[in-house]
Write a protein that binds this ligand. Structure first.
Ligand SMILES: [Cu+2]
Length: 165
């Protein structure tokens, strides 16, 4: 029997059937999990002309392979408003790290003497550029700050936290 025929014959059964079709199988699905509410293996993080990351928090399970797609969604030219994403070990002084990196444009604004504080990093991206950063989440649980080390951006608030659990 066709669906329209069923509706004509039995309004109530059709209503139940339609609600079943609309929601798929079983009870309605919970909303899509918000970033930061549970471990992810892949996430897109944007950087914009207001010097902000979004989302600013995400969670990963230790020891798993993670893909962070960093997406510069701004439009200001790279020389004035480039962005990178540098994930740091817990307890790293983010502003100090960024200040030391200012003189190292060719190294994604990462000072060689502080390289051991870095878990993973992207190059500096210009507007509408994306970069896929693949790395293994650290084995040690904790809060790993991430920053944009382009000069001025960390102190302006272009920071976030990767939680390892
Ligand atoms: Cu930036």
């Amino acid at each position: 029997m066709t669906l329209p025929g069923l509706i004509r014959r039995s309004g109530i059964a059709a209503a139940v059937l339609l609600s079943f079709l609309a929601t798929g199988c079983g009870p309605a699905k919970p909303p899509v999990k918000a970033a930061g509410s549970g471990p992810v293996t892949a996430i897109t993080i944007t950087g914009d002309d207001r010097m902000r990351f979004a989302p600013t928090t995400f969670t990963v399970a230790r020891g798993t392979e993670i893909t962070v797609t960093f997406d510069n969604i701004g439009s200001v030219p790279k020389e004035a408003m480039g962005h990178n994403l540098v994930i740091l070990k817990p307890g790293t002084n983010a502003n100090g790290f960024a200040a030391s990196g200012m003189a190292h444009a060719a190294r994604s604004y990462i000072a060689p003497e502080l390289e051991d504080r870095v878990v993973a990093f992207t190059p500096v991206l210009g507007p509408k550029e994306k970069y896929k950063l693949v790395f293994t989440a650290p084995d040690e649980p904790g809060d790993y700050p991430f920053v944009c080390s382009f000069p001025g951006h960390t102190p302006a608030g272009m920071v976030g936290t990767m939680k390892v659990q």
